[in-house]
Design a protein around this ligand. Structure first.
Ligand SMILES: C[S@@+](CC[C@H](N)C(=O)[O-])C[C@H]1O[C@@H](n2cnc3c(N)ncnc32)[C@H](O)[C@@H]1O
Length: 370
């Protein structure tokens, strides 16, 4: 059931598929194609291990291991009992099952889930548990049942370094993809003048240094029968040298946020490449060194503050970008186009809308100077 090549599915937030696809291709995964909600590619189990550690933009990586037509629950039950679960699952490791149904004769996801759980428990003997480290995803779509295993476990934005979080933190996976959309290739400085827990600056520093995002965490694939620690090359370091004078800056008016950002950077091992300082937006000035990218995710949304105050903050961002940053690009991630416009900047690029924890945000970006 786990013969090569496997179908890998890199999950992302809708709107970011094309950007994730570029990243997956750039890392050499075979046959990468953007699809709704993710990117498909093919490979073997060692590609799955590398993908989890190296890809910055994916939320999780699913590996398909069976697909068949099904119209009755009894059929689902029979097919599920015949699968070679032992080729995928390790005896004794608990498993959980999640099911969804769409446009199919089997329409009750709970019943489908229960059939697969029973098959695993009775035909293979694995315990089924809501807190299990391994999740099997069952998708029944147009009467085709596809079974995948989630090879990631904890979502991949949990790199393992951001233990301290300020208000409304940005997910690392989104930050990485917005950096990529903004044309960041690891060779220019990045400044986030409202950095919160430091996500943009830390992510940019890691990208510049060639550090794999999953270098210090564990993954669900380690709990599968397909995992062979002896054949796992682990994390490879690319030893990329960050150009002279290029640093990654994070400022915030909140001293707690700055402290957290520093601690997060230290855990990530990028203290030498990052500069965090308590400073209000209005005090932003250009650092010495080459031109680069100002990229921020300022406060937004009614619950955080009143519109007039927020508009003034966005205006201050635009004023600083115009006043002191000739030759730089400026980008904002926000849910409010009016606030983006309040900067007075002229944007050459606007991303597709992306869901971030129930809020739809977009990246607004000025043109790369000629
Ligand atoms: C949405 S949060 C940024 C979250 C950040 N991207 C992260 O991943 O943690 C907005 C940040 O802007 C900061 N902020 C608000 N007004 C500011 C100002 N006038 N000057 C500097 N920072 C400000 C807040 O303290 C908050 O940390």
């Amino acid at each position: 059931m786990t013969s090569t090549p496997l179908q890998l599915y890199f999950v992302t937030a809708p709107g970011l598929e094309a950007t994730l696809c570029e990243e997956v291709r750039s890392l050499g995964f075979h046959g990468a194609q953007a699809q709704r909600g993710g990117v498909s590619a093919s490979g073997g189990w060692s590609d799955v291990w590398r993908a989890n550690r190296a890809v910055r933009g994916a939320t999780r990586i699913l590996v398909e291991f069976a697909s068949f037509r099904v119209v009755h629950l009894s059929q689902l039950d029979k097919r599920a009992r015949k699968l070679d679960w032992g080729a995928l699952l390790k005896p004794g490791v608990p498993v959980r099952v999640e099911a969804s149904c769409r446009s199919s004769k089997i329409y009750h996801a709970g019943a489908a889930q229960e059939r697969i759980e029973t098959a695993i428990r009775e035909a293979f003997g694995s315990p089924v548990d809501d807190d299990a480290p391994v999740t099997i995803r069952v998708r029944i779509d147009n009467n085709v049942c596809t079974l995948s295993v989630d090879s990631s476990g904890e979502p991949l934005h949990k790199r393992g370094f951001k233990l301290a979080v300020a208000k409304a933190p940005l997910r690392e996976t989104l930050a990485a993809l917005f950096l990529r959309q903004a044309g960041f290739a690891g060779t220019e400085p990045v400044i986030d003048p409202m950095c919160g827990s430091g996500t943009f600056a830390i992510e940019a520093a890691e990208m510049a240094a060639g550090l794999w995002p999953g270098r210090a965490r564990t993954f669900a694939f380690e709990q599968l029968a397909t995992y062979d620690a002896g054949r796992d090359p682990g994390v490879s370091t690319q030893e990329r040298t960050v150009p002279e004078g290029v640093r990654f800056y994070g400022y915030d008016r909140d001293e707690n946020a700055v402290r957290m950002a520093r601690e997060n950077a230290e855990r990530a091992g990028v203290t030498d490449l990052t500069v965090f300082k308590q400073q209000p937006m209005s005090a932003l000035t250009r650092p010495d060194g080459p031109a680069g990218l100002i990229l921020s995710n300022p406060p937004y949304g009614g619950r955080i503050g009143n519109k007039a105050r927020l508009a003034a903050l966005y205006r201050a961002f635009g004023d600083a970008a115009r006043r002191d940053f000739a030759g730089w690009r400026a980008g904002l991630v926000t849910d409010d186009e009016k606030l983006a416009r309040a900067t007075g900047l002229s944007f050459a690029y606007q991303s597709a809308p992306v869901d971030h924890g129930g809020i739809t945000v977009k990246l607004y970006l000025t043109a790369r100077p000629a």
